[in-house]
Design a protein. Structure first.
Lengths: 624, 354, 354, 624
């Protein structure tokens, strides 16, 4: 989110007939069976909120199975949306509204709902069979489980069937429109324009006329139903956020990475080659990039992760931006080849969309537990650069940054995203092309005195001479190289020297990366919350909340993990206590302690889920 | 399609003057004295000028990629762009290089351990994709570099350091594997048969698509004489058969023996004793049906009298992976929004905040 | 040789009473409704009791090892020892298990991506070693678990999420690959043809050595109908041929079509219209020469009229890796110093300090 | 070496005719072409020294090429031997005697020789051609290069040919005996018994009578030559070391590992399965174990490292000790599978015979740079146990220890040896079988209440129920497991709990490993030198030297790297300064700093070679 200042609630909205109550921010969750269309429902509402001027953050929650049997717990699919008239940075800790399309969706999601929250459930599905599949022995509407919530049981299926019966659509397809009926209710509840969503629907279903008609009818019927039946007592309005003017789009992390790498290669004026093997949650980067052939992008679905990284190194040898992407277990497989890229000093970029580990772990869940693997997961002394985007849209920025570092320093770069960033989305203020950073890349072309391992005195990069260039023919390989000539060398002193040079080259990257900025009190204070990667939103929100209450807490967020920004030690030194929240057992903490010998403290969570703002807030309070 | 860059008259002249020296690097060759690798290197260095001249390829457009093994030190000795990569993965580096730079001529040098043990999967996938690579497999039926353990092409029962009681696994036939992997060009030759070797290198260079060449290579330190029984000059004519497209299968010092089919079984017939040449099997490297090539890949197994075939088993014209992908890219680049950065950034649903 | 443990009378009785339930675990099956995997699981659970009874194997001696993929969730649903390992590596875990415990019956369940993409190399090495594993490859020609990218068996030009313009690589034929890898048992069947499927499972269980079974499996979510053109009940008799050892190759609803060889080329002949059954190709699963099996593995490619073969393509008796190694160990254990710890420690040149 | 006390030089030897000078310790190096038989020459001398009662340490130095062209620098092969009447722990920093069979051997080795040392060179090879191959433009005997050394130019080849001419052996074979002529000279110089070596020769060549005769003649001729020509003015005697009584054998590290794993499996009463793929310098473990089928050992030469580790995990699932071994790049390939072993909690042991890195690096050279890879080289939070032998013979002890830990805690164990240990040798006092530690291993066999992930309350190990056991059927896998039941679980709290349990289990290993011992002043002092792995000999020797001069330095050596011994923090706390010498850029240092936040200092060498005692000594002096 690009928010100008932290605005106070705006009061400029609201012409609804039932006098909507203005609120700052709402978190809603749509939940249903995999086949219930929850993702599209959520994205329609998101788009509507965007048009309404809210700041937004979204997160889908897919089931691990492709299509678990209908109505079962593992089959539940969800979409959470946080929309606000204030600056927001996370999809929200706890939903205030839950739309539950069946008993399983209720069961899975109820525990996350705030006490007193609103539940809209599809009463047509609360039948014996479905209740049993969801593991309910009794109907939860009758057991008191829902006490304290504001429950609306609506026969969504039958109302929808009734609404669309004239469209001539099949019974099966008709039933599928019930998500739009639910969406209609929600649009009414948040005082939203039906037209905006109908517009989007035209784009989406326009060509399939019958389907469009039915969905339109269901949506409108839902809206009217809510308007008419007077059971939905509360109606709310979330005003416009004070966003920086500009044109926006919603960007999911993996999509942002795709755009960033395509744009970065264009800026570097080098072709982009992506070698990859499908794996959750990285596959959508392969799928995304395969649609950019009109930017000269070549994607190669390799036979495995080793072939994927190998092909990317081969492409980098040939002068392309050699990009490969995967998730944790795939990075393990690429380790040997990354070592080769480090030895041959080629601009390879490795995306790791981290997921829950170890081993196969929790493929569809998020975690940040591959940082030390990125640092040390290879044989020998083998430093590489590491960057990590901090929000879905930042995946764009850091993709360009990864290309800049790889080509400027001739060094492999690890790019650590995670499952939360990959699928989370936020509005992105579309930049002007001219405002993107320039990336200047040189290839060696002069045979005169050419030596493949002679280094640039500033960056220590070796020259990038590519096949096809007359006179700079040379041989690369994984055996230790003689300084300058690059010939194979077993000389003891040379090995020590080259080891130091490879390390020093990575250290020098710090000369061209931004300093670590302090959010809060740059001159120091009681607690500094230091984070990296996807925890940015939760950390910043928590810090803001405590600061709003007067706590002397600040935060700083690392997007460069190796090397660290040059001023990090100085920053850390200004604070009495350092708190490092991570979705792992303390990996950045480990690096910080080893590097600076300071007694920082960790807040560690490995539950396959992002931090809730409240969790960090509470820990800060403990330290203050 | 990435057009081949036009060559300048100077470049054409330069290429015309290529000789063996041009392809000889300044590195000291470090194989054991007597190793079969020397002969292959010599033929490659000798043949490359002809290949470049025939196809108008400047030296700098040639790249040699290898894995790890004695054989894989090859790139160091070729004065072109070279990549001595990691064990078993050469086809992956080479594929990435060729796919991103279709105008290069990319050679892969690998060993029986490198290509068939750790690297077997990459080999078959490069072949099935028909990436335009020329893959030279130096088969010495042993791990040379790690000092003599048995390899996937070693005969069963082989006693080596790691199999003191003899190996129990059955060997794999590299040509059968290549054929199963849909290789479009499959050939075999012998290190010591320099002329034949050179001719096969030239044929491979001309082929558009994956070319797979098994070269029987003697490792005189750890597996000396592995191919002696048929590759030795003295017996070669009688124990091998040189495959030639469109020709009946005749062999023997006196050209007096031939191969005929009995149902699906190949049998040797004696031409001197009245067998009819017209009844012989005729070699066809162009048939898309792999049955003949498969049969020839195991000809010597049929019975004691059947010889070991060398030459080109198969040579098919089929679009290459790199070519097809390049076409998709070229087509996509004809779109009006091709390369339009502003459109890239602004794609999808947008809205404006004033 | 690790002797098979004698079964107690109680155990024999217990085995006699095995039924499907015995092999059904308490885990909820989580494939998509309609997935072909259900049918395979059902046949396996039904057939295992018979297999155990026939061979005197207690349930606890059965192990199912898989990689990663939809198909690879199989072990969770079988109430035996199971191992859901990592992507592509199932044959390695299974090989280690079988080699160290030859008395177990080890099954491998894998998918076309698992076995032929990332795991291709392990597959061919397990096969060439003839490790006594029963390998079931569920070929749905797609990556199911990762939601629908093309696989190495997908047809060229396939449009998937990762290939919006259509894939450019050529598919691999699993049976050709298995044959090139020297598999001693090679078969094919279809998920929906439950009877045939069950019969093939039984044949595989009886085979001593690596058994490779390709099962065409419909993924109704990402590749629905991939095999419809020949596997559909309506056309199956005319578009497939069931291989039977020693039998002439006849197929068709009316058993009115046959396969004859024209040189090396298979052609369909019309038996109704006078073609002679005695001229037909006769199936021989026991011939060591792989030519016939190879030819059958690509029968449907010959022309539009040739059918897709199912059944056992090859079944050879050859000593297994695990058996041969076990023999070496047994022989070594007959040495007088076998297991002598003191001798172990004191081996080599020694000297004494007083 | 097992030495009772640090004895002072013994004076009890010496009945030689030319009045040998008694010295404490001698370091000699035999060097020649790969084909010159230097390894056998060295091992014959070693054995002779053993029989003479010396303490011994040896190290061969193989060329990287199989057979580089004869006479060239890369073709030089060497064998260094340190023998002494005192306790020694390394093959010696710098040889005092160099036997150089050709100019290349001289060129490669001269720089290591102590100033004033003795050179015996084969003058027959100092011809134009050979000099050129060795890169000499002039004969070094005439350039002054050898000034300050005690040079004996002996026409070894022609003298040998002359000596054996009556044996009827071919000219080629005759020439090959020149190494024995050189050995004869050396035996005379160190006042050694010819008979002892002739005895060994009989065993070695006994069956090839002609060869035996020729070698015998050459050896005797060399001895007599030295005795006669009176050019070898100095004759030396190295007395008996005060070794603990017992029967000894020389043990190389990899050989010791082989014996240790065979013995350990016997002690555990479980079959040993070794899955491996050849790689320098680990191959000799595969080769060694393949000779132990009479102990039921099964070796499997896999198609690659992934298959190797996979097969070992499969064997461990089946109830065997699942052992796999490789070197650094191979460990990178095994990373994903090691994660699976951690998740399935199976007793897998992974040997890493470390070599120079990164990538292919320096395959034949030593390094300790894979410690952090062992700790962190996998995706997710994936702790494993790590042990590291400290000397060639300790490879035996730690092999048994690795089996003990793996089976007691049901956890993967990394065993970090290195190229220096692998090929180095020392005398080993052969233990009595009864004195070996017992290893008690249980398999779960009782179906009653069996749960595959129910933990032992003491060790947190889960039960090891193996196929073939009726009633304990269960399924393992790489997805997160539910506590106790082992069913697949995506539950957030369960994931956190299991992550903690896996970590805690590894930590508990500390309860059953020996405390860290201090060599020197257990109560503390100025400097503690903390080491791990193969640096033990150099560190201890350096500490002893400084202590002999009165320096308040002590040492402690870690053979358990994860977890550390329970008392490590306490030990570290007793010393003012901590010095950590490593053959890497500071990996243990990193762990120590991160763990204990103490400002330890590193001494780091990455030259493919072990520390010289003097290097550590000097650094200690700096710190004192
Ligand atoms: C990952 C990895 N595993 C193992 C090795 C060790 N290694 C190097 S070459 C080789 C096999 C060599 O055999 P081959 O490919 O037949 O080549 P040759 O030396 O016979 O020419 C092995 C096992 C390695 N370098 N890297
Ligand atoms: C090392 C690794 N790479 C990639 C993946 C992701 N992955 C899981 S299953 C699969 C392919 C599944 O296809 P297939 O083997 O055909 O099985 P199916 O799901 O179709 O039954 C992939 C790519 C993984 N789990 N591990
Ligand atoms: S070991 Fe064999 S293959 Fe290797 S260089 Fe020597 S002779 Fe050649
Ligand atoms: S995705 Fe396909 S293969 Fe996987 S469970 Fe669903 S239908 Fe079956
Ligand atoms: Mg070889
Ligand atoms: Mg599949």
């Amino acid at each position: 989110m690009v928010v100008e200042t932290q605005a106070s609630p705006l009061q400029d909205g609201g012409s609804g007939d039932s006098d909507p109550k203005v609120v700052d921010k709402v978190v809603i969750r749509f939940a249903g069976d995999s086949g219930d269309g929850m993702q599209i429902t959520g994205s329609f509402f998101t788009h509507n909120s965007a048009l309404a001027g809210n700041d937004i953050s979204t997160l889908p929650d897919f089931p691990a199975e492709i299509r678990a049997p209908a109505g079962t717990l593992p089959g539940v699919s969800g979409f959470q949306l946080n929309f606000s008239s204030l600056q927001i940075m996370t999809p929200g800790d706890t939903p205030e509204v839950l739309v539950a399309m069946n008993p399983a969706a209720l069961k899975v999601n109820l525990r996350d709902l705030v006490r007193g929250g609103t539940i809209i459930l599809n009463s047509d599905t609360f039948r014996k069979n479905n209740l049993k599949k969801a593991g309910y022995t009794e109907d939860p509407r009758e057991t008191g489980d829902l006490e304290g919530y504001n429950v609306h049981a609506v026969p969504l299926t039958s109302l929808t069937l009734e609404a669309v019966k004239d469209t001539g659509i099949s019974h099966k397809l008709a039933g599928r429109c019930k998500n739009m009926f639910a969406l209609g209710i929600m649009l009414w509840m948040y005082d939203r324009s039906l037209e905006a969503t109908l517009g989007l629907m035209t784009k989406k279903f326009g060509k399939m006329e019958e389907v469009f008609e039915a969905n339109k009818k269901a949506l409108t019927a839902g809206y009217n139903y809510a308007d008419t039946v007077e059971v939905f007592t509360g109606r709310f309005q979330v005003g416009k956020a004070k966003l920086v003017p500009g044109t926006y789009r919603m960007l999911m992390g993996n999509q942002a990475a795709v755009l960033g790498f395509v744009a970065g290669a264009q800026l570097a004026k080098r072709p982009l080659f992506y070698g990859s093997y499908p794996i959750t949650p990285a596959s959508s980067i392969l799928e995304g990039l395969s649609n950019f052939k009109h930017f000269g992008v070549k994607t190669f679905q390799a036979e495995d992760e080793i072939a994927a990284v190998g092909s990317s190194i081969g492409a980098a040898f040939g002068g392309a931006i050699g990009l490969t992407g995967t998730s944790g277990p795939g990075v393990a497989l690429k380790a040997e080849a990354i070592g080769l890229a480090a030895m041959t000093e080629l601009p390879l970029i490795v995306i790791n969309v981290q997921r829950g580990g170890p081993s196969t772990g929790l493929p569809t869940k998020t975690e940040q537990a591959d940082l030390l693997q990125a640092m040390f997961g290879r044989n020998g002394e083998c430093p590489v650069a590491i960057v990590a985007p901090q929000s879905p849209a930042d995946c764009f920025t850091m993709a360009i940054e990864a290309i800049r570092i790889a080509t400027k320093y001739m060094v492999p770069v690890m790019y650590l995203s995670d499952g939360y960033l990959a699928n989370g989305a936020e509005p992105w203020s579309i930049p002007e092309v001219e405002d993107l950073p320039g990336i200047e890349v040189k290839n060696a072309t002069d045979p005169e005195g050419f030596l493949p391992y002679q280094r640039d005195p500033e960056t220590l990069a070796r020259p990038w001479a590519i096949p096809g260039t007359p006179g700079t023919e040379h041989r690369l390989g994984g055996l230790e190289k003689q300084e300058n000539t690059g010939n194979v060398s077993y000389d003891p002193e040379n090995h020590q020297k080259m080891t130091l040079l490879r390390a020093e080259k990575v250290e020098r990257i710090a000369q061209s990366i931004p300093e670590l900025e302090v959010h809060g009190d740059p001159d120091g204070g009681d607690v500094l919350v230091l984070g990296w990667g996807s925890t940015y939103g939760s950390i910043t929100s928590a810090v803001n909340r405590v600061r709003d209450r007067g706590g002397r807490v600040s935060s700083a967020h690392l997007r460069h993990l190796n090397p660290f920004p040059a001023n990090i030690e100085e920053v850390l030194g200004k604070f009495k206590k350092i708190l490092i929240p991570e979705l792992n057992m303390g990996q950045l903490l480990f690096l910080i302690r080893a590097r600076f010998c300071i007694e920082a403290e960790g807040l560690n969570k490995v539950q396959g889920q992002p931090f809730q703002i409240g969790e960090i807030e509470q820990k800060i309070e403990e330290l203050l | 399609m990435t057009a081949k860059p036009e060559l300048s008259p100077e470049k054409i002249k330069e290429i015309e003057e290529y000789d063996r020296k041009i392809f000889t690097s300044d590195q000291i060759v470090r194989w054991c004295p007597g190793c079969g690798d020397y002969s292959i290197l010599a033929q490659m260095q000798k043949t490359m000028p002809e290949i470049c001249q025939e196809q108008g390829i400047p030296r700098e457009n040639v790249a040699v990629v290898s894995g790890i093994g004695c054989s894989s030190r090859f790139p160091y000795y070729m004065n072109t762009y070279g990549f001595h990569s990691i064990h078993g993965r050469a086809p992956t580096f080479a594929s990435g290089l060729k796919i991103s730079r279709p105008e290069l001529q990319v050679w892969v040098v690998t060993g029986d351990g490198d290509a068939l043990s750790i690297g077997g999967n990459h080999l078959i996938h490069a072949l099935r994709r028909n990436v335009d690579l020329k893959i030279l497999l130096f088969n010495n039926r042993i791990y040379g570099l790690t000092k003599g353990q048995y390899s996937p092409t070693s005969e069963q029962g082989k006693k080596t350091k790691s199999t003191p009681q003899g190996s129990v696994d059955y060997p794999i036939n590299p040509l059968s594997l290549a054929l199963a992997a849909e290789a479009t060009f499959v050939a075999r030759t012998i290190d010591a048969d320099t002329k034949h070797l050179a001719s096969i290198l030239k044929r491979a260079a001309r082929h558009k698509g994956s070319a797979f060449i098994e070269i029987y290579q003697n490792c005189n330190i750890f597996n000396d004489g592995a191919f002696k029984s048929f590759a030795d000059k003295k017996v070669r004519d009688d124990r091998t058969i040189v495959l030639e497209h469109g020709q009946p299968m005749v062999f023997g010092k006196e050209k007096d023996k031939g191969i005929r089919l009995d149902g699906l079984k190949p049998v040797v017939v004696d031409l001197a004793n009245g067998a009819d040449e017209s009844s012989l099997l005729v070699h066809d490297e162009k048939t898309t049906d792999p049955t003949l090539a498969n049969l020839l890949a195991r000809l010597e197994e049929a019975d004691e009298s059947t010889p070991v075939p060398v030459g080109v088993f198969r040579a098919l014209d089929k679009p290459t992976y790199d070519g097809l992908l390049d076409e998709q890219v070229a087509t996509a680049q004809e779109q009006p929004n091709a390369g339009d950065m502003a459109a890239l950034l602004a794609g999808g649903e947008t809205w404006t905040v004033q």
